[in-house]
Write a protein that binds this ligand. Structure first.
Ligand code: NAP
Length: 318
């Protein structure tokens, strides 16, 4: 008999066809964002869940899942939406989709840097109103070539971004908890602490995971470490930013511009960002290419299948 799997969000057609071949798949044809209660109800009788970052699968949800659930395969590389320790206690394997989304996300990280530095949001708005006039000082932005890029979290996406940014002539600095090998550093300078990294960051790119340690890592105090007129971009997760503090720093001009793809409590976003002309903001587009989304779903399906068939998985995160 086929295994029963709950797929919480709509996938691309080819991925759903494959899921249907493999399992008795409960698809979400209307692509509704399930409440925690609905997720628990729909998971009854299932062997596994293929989840997305839009579901908060916290300790309370994990405890209420039926004992038949053996695996939660997250359709994302980040897994801050799942309480992986609570899952482990219940013998539920949690998996993610690393590598396949690295390049697409690094491209968006680069776009955030370009958009924020070169005032793209303001430019688009002028063009749409047809009320602009070229002049020597019109919409002057910051040049990437020769600027220092601080990468907070030089993992897969951070390293892919470093390669792109080097082509633009940026000097790369980074902070991880552990220093990388010379080969992986690719000439980037390691910083022992946040203050040291932020103080040399003309532009910051946040590429680290959302954890207890990184929550609100951009806050009133750490914003003071930056050179005046720095640019902050975030392609990772909204949890890393204290939004009130960042909006205030934009208003004060301590921070020149921001580029964001992710937000705390998205799709809602802090009102302060909406009124700032120097905010270049995107709706969580990191992995949004057809190739990447197809590869991610394929990998999430493989991960789930591997756990159901063998109890193991290379992409296990707990
Ligand atoms: P990764 O390869 O695991 O890299 C994460 C990096 O962050 C590692 O180098 C890690 O190094 C560093 N790090 C972890 N905790 C840190 C801390 N407290 N301080 C400083 N550095 C820290 O992950 P990835 O594949 O690059 O993905 C990174 C994140 O991007 C994901 O967690 C996800 O949230 C986000 N993401 C967003 C999108 C999007 O659509 N916008 C798409 C994909 C991924 P150490 O362990 O040495 O500290």
């Amino acid at each position: 008999m086929k295994k029963k799997v709950l797929i919480t969000r709509k996938l691309l057609r080819s991925n759903e066809d494959r899921a249907n071949e493999l399992w008795d798949a409960k698809l979400n044809l209307n692509d509704e964002v399930y409440s925690q209660q609905k997720l628990i109800e729909l998971s009854q009788g299932c062997d596994g869940i293929l989840s997305s970052l839009t579901e908060k699968i916290d300790e309370k949800v994990i405890k209420s899942l039926p004992s038949t659930i053996k695996v939660i395969s997250n359709f994302a590389v980040g897994f801050g939406n799942i309480d992986i320790e609570a899952a482990k206690k219940k013998n539920i394997v949690v998996t993610n989709t690393p590598d396949v989304l690295t390049d697409a996300t690094a491209e968006i990280a680069m776009l955030l840097i370009l958009g924020a530095c070169r005032r793209a949001a303001e430019g688009i708005s002028y063009v749409k109103k047809e009320n602009w006039k070229w002049s020597a000082d019109f919409l002057i932005g910051k040049q990437l070539n020769g600027s220092r890029l601080g990468i907070l979290g030089m993992g897969r996406i951070g390293q892919a971004l470093a390669k792109l940014a080097k082509v633009f002539g940026m000097e790369i600095h980074y902070r991880n908890r552990s220093k990388l090998s010379k080969e992986k550093e690719m000439g980037a300078k390691y910083h022992e602490n946040l203050q040291s990294l932020f103080s040399v960051s003309d532009v910051l790119a946040i590429c680290c995971p959302a954890t207890n340690e990184t929550k609100n890592i951009i806050n009133k105090e750490t914003l003071e470490y930056f050179p005046t007129g720095a640019i902050i971009t975030n392609v990772a997760r909204g949890d890393m930013i204290d939004d009130d503090a960042l909006v205030q720093a934009l208003v004060n001009r301590k921070i020149y511009a921001i580029g964001l793809d992710v937000y705390k409590g998205e799709p809602k976003i802090h009102n302060g960002y909406l009124n700032q002309p120097n905010a270049f903001i995107l709706p969580h587009l990191g992995s949004a290419t057809k190739k990447t989304r197809t590869d991610m779903a394929d990998l999430a399906i493989n991960n789930l299948n591997e756990v159901l068939n063998t109890g193991k998985c290379t992409n296990r995160v707990n």
